[in-house]
Structures are given as structure tokens and as C-alpha cells.
Ligand binder design. Structure first.
Ligand code: GTP
Length: 562
């Protein structure tokens, strides 16, 4: 993989990693902000919602308590058949009826089981005793349970079978001075308008509900989930807060918060918050205890709706864009400052490696990169110079070696190898140009005897002298060579029979003039004229035969082959 590709990949990876990291950090930060904000909003919302419930209720509760404390009613409760007391009690009840918000009241007596009631329309002004409560009647269970538990005050959401309405009942125990329970008094407010006013708030993302001491739902916008008459239901059959949250651990967390608030009096003014999942969405639940009612107020905030994280999107987009642009600029600068010079340098190095020593055009970088370029150019120049010098020296040496290889050491003439090459060239040329050349084969006469008689050094001297004579007697374009031992070959090019005969004889005579240590040196000569197309073997054979003839005829003579 090329450096460029790797660099690009690295830059891409960096961009991806940085973007993911930036996104994660952004998400964490915004979530943190939203959570903190949500917790404060939940606390405020819980108190606001509690206030909305308590404000209308507190007055009613106080009035119901006054009613329970009424001496007139208590006296009558002990003797409900007394006509005088009954008249006074009815007047007292009417007085409270006018004051209650719903303009209705109820009085249920412990002793007689009489249930007295009048409504806003004064429908029962003449028949206030509506019916008699019976312990075996499920609809009357609330009364007997309240008496049994001795709870002085209770809020009860309950449909009234007799009256055909569902009401939020304020039940207050009526006791005499000795604490003996005489009955239950109070008022009921129609649930529907109350729900509309308190929990049907049209604030998107905010859900308000009220649950009782045990977590059973009392006021909630979805009427189907309200746990009517939960007071008399056995545990396990109540519609509790668990129905609203998706996860058991969320239900457990809410129960724990309610327990803490209920059991620690100093905590009762505070608001607890916890994240829970409702209908698949994360909500912040705020819980407050309302000691005056014995209920809990629960506010569920859908943070995604109230403060969608999308609101932060422009910040994220600007952040990521800035990051991308920074990385892009960084990449471009690095590419220009580092990558492009390196690629050019790599190309130049590759050319040098392949033997191209011509100077490369490299970009003029700055700093380390600039120095690297200069060093490389100096280095390439030095290599180029050294290579040229080396090549010249090799050429020289080769020429020297070639010269040595084709020269005879003793005489300085061309040796057999050199002559063979020369002969082959002449054969080709003769064939190409249809010309003739002459070959003269010379062999010293009785050289063995000279060697034996005068010594080897004298023999060498004779050979050198013969060589000199041959060289002197030739034209510039002729060649003489020592063929081996005491044999010499001479090539005359171009040549004809006449010239050949004349030169052969002249050479013989030149040698015959040589004297070594008083001994005359003679030579026998065999010559032949090469015809175009004749090969070397045939040529040598004919010259040798002529030489043989010269030897045979008595030596020191020249013979021309036919
Ligand atoms: N001194 C000297 N002698 C050489 C050299 N090379 C060959 N010889 C001798 O040359 C002689 C060649 O003898 P031949 O050509 O066989 O015979 P010859 O004595 O010349 O007789 P003919 O050729 O028949 O006249 C041998 O005794 C070789 O030892 C050399 O480089 N120096």
C-alpha cells in the first residue's frame, strides 16, 4: 500500500475516531445538562402540582374536620332518634352543605348505620336519611374499614352506587370527647371536574398523578387506571404505580423513594427524582409526599419532549464541521509539506535504483524536508560522478586486458588468438567486398638446433629479431603475428598474387639477414591468396601445405600455394 493511501486511510480513521469521540462527549454533556435541568424542573413541577391539588382540598378538609367536631352533630349521633336533636343536627348539616364546595355532605352513623346526605340541588332536603349501611354490603365496606382502622382522615376515590357518581370523598371520623367513634362525616367532590382541573393539564411531556399511601393510583388522566375504592381492596388487586413503568426495577425504585419520604418526617418536604422508563421512553420521575392527604404526588417528565436533544444539534454540527475542516486542513498541509516531497523523493530514488542517474527535479522543501532533498541531490550527483569514473576505469582496464589477451609477450606481435580474430574479420570482409587477402606462414629453420646449440635465450633473441624484421617489412594495413613456437603468420590485406609473392620473398630475405651469436637465422615461407568465401581451415591448410613444400625443398625459401 502506498504512503499516500496509508496517509489517506490514517486521516480517515482519525476523522472517524475524532467524530465518534466528539459525538459521545457531546451526547454525554447534553444529557448531563438535560438531566440537571430535568431534576430542577421535576422539583418545581411536583410542588406546583401538589399546590394545585391541596389548594382546593385543604379548605374542604378543614371544613369536614369542623363538621366532625360539631357538638350538635356529636350529641345527635349518640341519640339519632331524638326529634329535637335531629332538627338541630339537620340545620347544622345544611349550614355545612352551603359551605362545602360541592354543596353536598354526608354523615354516616356508627350506631344506627344511618347514611345522611343532601346534594347541591337540595334534592334530599326532606329525606336526608338516604339508606342504612350494612356490614355485609361491599359498597359500604369503606365505612366499616375506616371505623375498624380508626383513621381520623381519609381521602377516597369511590363510585357511589346509590348516587350514581364517582367522587373524591373526604372522610373524617367523628369521635366524642372520650375518643369513641360516633361515625364518619365529610363531603364528596365530583371526580371528573376535579381530574380535569388537577391532572388533565395540557403540558406536553408532563404527566401528573397522585397515588395513595400504598402507591395505588388515585388521580390520573387515564381513568381506567384509577384504583377506585382501593382502600377496601386487598393487596395485590390494587392498581398501583407499577402499571405505569415498564421495568420492575423502576417500580422498585419508585416504591423505595416513597418509603423513604413517608418514613422520614424530615424528608417529607423534599422531592425525590429517579429516571424510569414509561411506554419505552426515558422519563424523569419526581415524587413528593403530601402529609396533609397521606398521598404522594408523582410527576413524570418526558425529557425528550420537553428538551429534545435535537435542540443541541446545531452545536454538534458546528463542532463536527469544525473538526472535519481542521482535519482536512491538517491533511492538506501535511500532504503538501511531507507527503508530496516524499513521493517525489521516492520516485527519484527509484530512478537512481534503476540506473537513471540524470538529475531529478525535486520540490524545494523547507526545514528538514528541504535538507533531505538537498542531501539526496548531492548524494545522487556523487553517485553519478563516481559511476562515470568507475565506468571509464573499467573501459580502460578492459582495453588493456583485451590488448594483453591478443599480444604475444615475447615479441610484442599479435598472438594466435588476436590473429585468429583478425583472420575471421578479413574472411568476412573479403566475402562481403569480394576482395582478396594474402596469408603468409613463416617457420624458422632448424630452430631446435639453434636453441640446443646457443641456448634458449639466444632462441628467444632470434624470435624477437624475426618479429622486428616482419614488422618493419610490412605495410601499415598488414598484420604480423606469432602463431606459436617458431611460427609466424602474416596477413596482407588487400592483396594479389604478385604482391603476395613479392612480400613473402622480401620477408624471407629480411630474416635471412639476421645473425644471432654468429649464426644466421633463416625462415621457410608458405603463402596463399585467400579467395572470397574460403573458410579459415581451408586457408590455413593451403598455407601450411606451401610451407611444407618450402621446407621439403630445402628450407630458406618461399612457396606459393596453388
Ligand atoms: N628459445 C625458444 N625456443 C622455442 C620457443 N618456442 C618453441 N621453441 C623451440 O622451437 C623449436 C621448434 O622446432 P621445430 O619447428 O619442431 O623444428 P626445427 O628445429 O625448427 O626444424 P624445422 O622446422 O624442420 O626446420 C623447438 O625446439 C622448441 O623447443 C621459444 O619461445 N623460445
Amino acid at each position: 500500500m502506498s504512503l499516500k493511501t496509508r496517509f489517506l486511510l490514517l486521516a480517515t480513521c482519525l476523522v472517524l475516531v475524532a467524530s465518534v469521540a466528539a459525538w459521545t462527549v457531546f451526547h454525554r454533556i447534553t444529557e448531563g445538562i438535560i438531566e440537571q435541568w430535568g431534576e430542577r424542573v421535576a422539583a418545581i413541577q411536583v410542588q406546583y402540582d401538589s399546590g394545585r391539588l391541596l389548594q382546593p382540598l385543604e379548605r374542604e378538609i378543614a371544613l369536614a374536620r369542623q363538621m366532625a367536631d360539631s357538638i350538635v352533630l356529636q350529641r345527635w349521633a349518640r341519640d339519632p332518634d331524638d326529634t329535637g336533636l335531629t332538627a338541630q343536627a339537620f340545620a347544622e348539616m345544611e349550614s355545612f352543605r352551603r359551605n362545602f364546595r360541592d354543596n353536598s355532605y354526608f354523615v354516616a352513623l356508627q350506631g344506627s348505620g344511618g347514611y345522611y346526605h343532601n346534594n347541591a340541588a337540595n334534592d334530599y332536603g326532606e329525606a336526608r336519611l338516604r339508606y342504612r349501611l350494612r356490614p355485609d354490603r361491599p359498597a359500604d365496606a369503606w365505612f366499616y374499614r375506616l371505623i375498624e382502622e380508626g383513621r381520623d382522615f381519609h381521602l377516597n376515590v369511590n363510585p357511589d352506587v346509590e348516587l350514581g357518581v364517582t367522587k373524591l370523598w373526604i372522610d373524617v371520623l367523628m369521635r366524642d370527647d372520650d375518643g369513641e367513634i360516633l361515625g364518619v362525616v365529610g363531603t364528596g367532590m365530583e371526580l371528573e371536574p376535579f381530574l380535569r382541573e388537577v391532572v388533565d393539564i395540557q403540558q406536553p411531556g408532563i404527566t401528573t398523578l397522585f397515588v395513595d399511601y400504598n402507591g395505588a393510583i388515585q388521580l390520573y388522566r387515564d381513568r381506567r387506571l384509577i384504583d377506585y375504592a382501593s382502600f377496601v381492596k386487598p393487596e395485590g388487586q390494587k392498581r398501583t404505580l407499577d402499571l405505569l413503568v415498564d421495568l420492575p426495577r423502576d417500580a422498585e425504585a419508585l416504591s423505595a423513594m416513597m418509603r423513604d419520604l413517608r418514613d422520614a418526617p424530615d424528608q417529607q418536604q423534599s422531592v425525590r427524582t429517579e429516571f424510569v422508563t414509561v411506554e419505552g421512553k426515558r422519563h424523569l420521575a419526581g415524587v413528593a409526599f403530601l402529609p396533609a392527604l397521606g398521598w404522594f404526588e408523582v410527576t413524570l417528565l418526558d425529557l425528550e419532549t420537553l428538551m429534545p436533544i435535537d435542540g443541541f444539534m446545531p452545536v454538534a454540527v458546528v463542532f463536527v464541521l469544525t473538526l472535519l475542516v481542521t482535519l482536512l486542513v491538517f491533511h492538506l498541509v501535511l500532504r503538501r509539506q511531507l507527503l508530496a516531497p516524499l513521493v517525489a523523493l521516492e520516485g527519484a530514488m527509484q530512478r537512481v535504483k534503476e540506473g537513471d542517474m540524470s538529475p531529478s527535479e525535486l520540490p524545494q522543501g523547507r526545514g528538514e524536508m528541504g535538507r533531505l532533498m538537498q542531501h539526496f541531490q548531492s548524494m545522487a550527483g556523487a553517485i553519478q560522478r563516481h559511476t562515470r569514473e568507475l565506468e571509464a576505469r573499467v573501459r580502460e582496464r578492459t582495453e588493456e586486458l583485451e590488448a594483453v589477451a591478443t599480444r604475444d609477450v615475447l615479441t610484442g606481435l599479435m598472438n594466435r588468438r588476436g590473429m585468429q580474430q583478425w583472420l575471421e574479420e578479413q574472411i568476412l570482409r573479403a566475402s562481403r567486398e569480394s576482395t582478396h587477402f594474402g596469408l603468409v606462414w613463416l617457420d624458422l629453420d632448424r630452430f631446435k638446433e639453434l636453441n640446443d646449440g646457443l641456448g634458449h635465450a639466444a632462441g628467444d633473441q632470434a624470435l624477437v629479431r624475426v618479429a622486428e624484421a616482419l614488422a618493419d617489412g610490412l605495410r601499415p594495413y598488414d598484420r604480423a603475428s606469432r602463431w606459436g613456437g617458431d611460427e609466424f603468420l602474416v596477413v596482407l590485406s588487400p592483396c594479389d598474387t604478385q604482391t603476395l609473392t613479392r612480400v613473402a620473398e622480401r620477408l624471407r630475405q629480411a630474416v635471412a639477414a639476421i645473425e644471432v651469436e654468429g649464426t644466421t637465422v633463416t625462415i621457410s615461407v608458405g603463402a596463399c591468396l585467400a579467395v572470397p568465401g574460403e573458410d579459415l581451415d581451408s586457408l590455413l591448410k593451403r598455407a601450411d601445405e606451401a610451407l611444407y613444400q618450402a621446407k621439403a625443398e630445402g628450407r630458406n625459401r618461399a612457396r606459393l600455394a596453388v
